[in-house]
Ligand binder design. Sequence first.
Ligand code: AMP
Length: 209
Amino acid sequence: MKLILLGAPGAGKGTQATRLADQYHIPHISTGDIFRANLKEETPLGLKAKEYMDQGLLVPDELTVDLVMDRLAKPDCANGYILDGFPRTLVQAAALDAKVDIDAAINVEVPDEKIVKRMAGRRVCPKCGEPYHTEYKVPAKEGVCDRCGSLLIIRKDDEAETVLKRLAVYHDQTAPLIDHYQAAGKLITVDGTQSVEAVTDAITTALKA
Ligand code: AMP
């Protein structure tokens, strides 16, 4: 099964991708995670990507496409994969279309107001990477990581100004992919405002159909 998850930043793509990857026994490939891992290791790619990520902008297609194509060539992708956060531009979609025939593009739909509210509450542990939320995943002690006791931070790309920029970029560059996959007869749209479990159920039901 070769799947793509579409949707605005904060729509819950990462959560759904993890669940679907478990369910279908396929790797979850998140370009955001790959860039963040590179940044942590301070690789040249990570440092370059940071310039864009911190501003809420997309990393240029030429860096992103090669990275994903290399990843898709790995043996664990032989039976499929779930792409989370790629493609994000029509250029990236065309590069993917040229190499693979995906089964479905799942659009997790959440209105902008809800996205802003969700992202404003995000916190992360700078040491172990554990994610938290001021409403949905509250740590036992406010502002402190349950796992390692470090003080939680707001990721630079979750800061209010960056979130608004990321949403604008999403509408401008990524939302056109919805029409692209609709035209290809591959689009599945689900209501991303439901519970995590209900969103997964909606996706798996649509995939069976
Ligand atoms: P994410 O965790 O998917 O929201 O990605 C975090 C950031 O990584 C984005 O705001 C972009 O700066 C960058 N990024 C992730 N995926 C892509 C992509 N497919 N194309 C360009 N930039 C990306």
